[in-house]
Design a protein around this ligand. Structure first.
Ligand SMILES: [Fe+2]
Length: 526
């Protein structure tokens, strides 16, 4: 059992995070911390032009918890303009509480815009690794070009996160993580290393799984190099789950309880604001939402709407065998598939997105960062077509409502980012995917996995879905965008071998979109 924390006391604890130092450390009542408690590294995220979240979780050893006292532990945090911490910008003391697995989410505000910072945490003689983070340009103001990375599907067993050291060297300004940060599976996928424990079912299981992933040094270094914005897909809870309906795989569990534990562990391990827990931790246990969808505007350059395609979705339609979860289906045999009432984002999020896209003209680029392939991908068979019902192909009315919003608001340069399918796909966003002659209204980049299962051979699907211009299904890595007010360039990077601790990286393909054209141009550069 874990103790619950009311929203009021959660906020009270967070308020303590802003307690200004000048208290000498020796005056703080320090519970006994005798080993380095910063084994999980540091992170930052949820950055705007004047605010961000600093994260760490105290954890002194092992994968299944730690020897930390079951008590509130005060931690000093410091944000400085320089690596030597001589030019302090803000500092204070935050409380790591057992109810949140001694995780810390220090929410800073009133920061200077468009600047890089260094940050660290301290307890007694222990100092955390130093992280770098930044604020962005004030909305409406000019912004220098930015390098924004996107990645998804980190399966710890099936590979190393060996593309990340290369990404760190590319000096990204922001990492967008688009889902499947952990996998809930037990050990035994015959990969290169083993998951700890068994199936993730309880809060403690998920905490242990995150602790294992976060002890990966390559992942720690990517977190430490710049802020992240994170959304999730299914494996943060269970394969193929849909809202409050269980997915598939593993032993039976009380799914609402399992989801609440998984969501809490996600909060505990990500640089998120406390406001995502709209009804506090107690609310999560009662099935309240965890509102991770949000948006950020960066200068006049771009807005990013980070979407949640899992929490509010209708169950997948017509999965064979009356099973829960996903399947490949014949759309002609599934009346439910195109029902207007089915949503992938949920009504409230669709309405929120309508409002966000109404402001799209304030920026050059509009990024929609979400977890899966957006464009239609039909597989031709002898007797018609088949679609996979877990992605947007399983929710055609919802997809049409989203493209209708892009048209309604005349969004100048929409760019949809996705993951989930473990394949790189590049293509045009169509106004209406059911019509071959429909016009293009934006571009899409769906990234491959960092280390998870291989995708399918996409060659025939690429031929049969002409709005896509590129697909590749066997390589692992990430995408990185260079975004300026005049153009957007995307490089798709892949390691040679994700099954070795280190590997060289290659550039699979690069594309350019000149602002205002919505045209994909393949570049011949590395
Ligand atoms: Fe995945």
């Amino acid at each position: 059992m874990h103790r619950t924390l009311s929203r009021r006391s959660l906020l009270k604890n967070l308020a303590l995070a802003t307690l200004a130092l000048p208290l000498p450390l020796s005056t703080l009542a320090q519970p006994k911390v005798t080993k380095n408690p910063f084994a999980l590294g540091v992170a930052s995220g949820s950055a705007t032009h004047d605010s961000l979240v600093l994260w760490t979780r105290l954890h002194d050893e092992g994968l299944f918890g730690s020897n930390l006292p079951n008590a509130v532990i005060p931690v000093i945090w410091e944000l400085a303009a320089d690596e030597g911490f001589t030019q302090m910008v803000q500092s204070g003391v935050a409380n790591a509480v057992p109810a949140l697995a001694h995780s810390l989410h220090v929410e800073l505000s009133g920061l200077p815009s468009d600047q890089w910072f260094h940050y660290r945490f301290r307890i007694n003689e222990f100092t955390s690794p130093t992280g770098r983070t930044r604020t962005f340009a004030t909305p409406g103001k000019s912004s220098a070009a930015l390098r924004i990375a996107f990645a998804s599907c980190q399966n710890f067993e099936l590979g190393y996160f060996n593309s990340y050291p290369h990404l760190v060297r590319e000096k990204p300004d922001l990492v967008l993580f688009l889902g499947d940060y952990i996998y809930e599976y037990p050990p035994g996928q015959k990969g290169v290393r083993n998951h700890s424990g068994s199936w993730c079912l309880s809060l403690e299981d998920y905490r242990a799984r995150y602790a294992q992933y976060r002890q990966d040094v390559q992942l720690q270094q990517l977190h430490a190099c710049c802020p992240w914005l994170v959304t999730w897909d299914d494996h943060e809870v269970q394969n193929d789950y849909a809202g409050l309906q269980a997915g598939s795989g593993g032993p039976y569990s009380d799914f609402a309880k399992r989801r609440a534990g998984a969501y809490q562990a996600f909060y505990e391990h990500m640089p998120l604001r406390a406001s995502v827990l709209v009804e506090g931790l107690a609310g999560l246990e009662k099935g309240a939402e965890m509102r991770i969808y949000n948006s950020v505007s960066i200068g006049g350059l771009l807005s990013i709407s980070l979407l949640d395609t899992r929490q509010y979705r209708a169950p997948q339609a017509c999965t064979p065998g009356n099973k829960t979860g996903s399947g490949v289906i014949d759309p002609k045999q599934c009346e439910l598939l195109s029902s207007e009432g089915r949503s992938l984002l949920g009504t409230q999020q669709e309405q929120w997105l309508d409002t966000q896209l109404g402001k799209a003209k304030e920026q050059v680029w509009t990024l929609l960062a979400q977890s899966t392939l957006f464009g239609a991908r039909v597989y031709r068979t002898g007797d018609g077509v088949r679609v996979w019902n877990d992605g947007w192909d399983g929710y055609p009315a919802a997809r049409r409502r989203l493209t209708d919003l892009l048209v309604k608001h005349q969004v100048p340069n929409p760019v949809i980012l996705g993951g989930d399918v473990h394949e790189n796909w590049v293509g045009y966003v169509k106004e209406d995917y059911s019509s071959l002659n429909s016009r293009s209204i934006g571009v899409e980049f769906c990234g491959t996995s960092v280390s998870s299962y291989d995708g399918r051979n996409p060659d025939s699907a690429l031929r049969n879905n002409s709005h896509f211009v590129y697909a590749e299904g066997s390589r692992k890595g990430y995408g990185i965008m260079e975004v300026s007010s005049s153009e957007l360039i995307v490089h798709l990077r892949a390691v040679k071998d994700h099954r070795t601790p280190e590997s060289v990286i290659e550039n699979l393909a690069s594309f350019k979109v000149v602002a205002g054209t919505q045209r994909l141009e393949r570049l011949a550069v590395s």
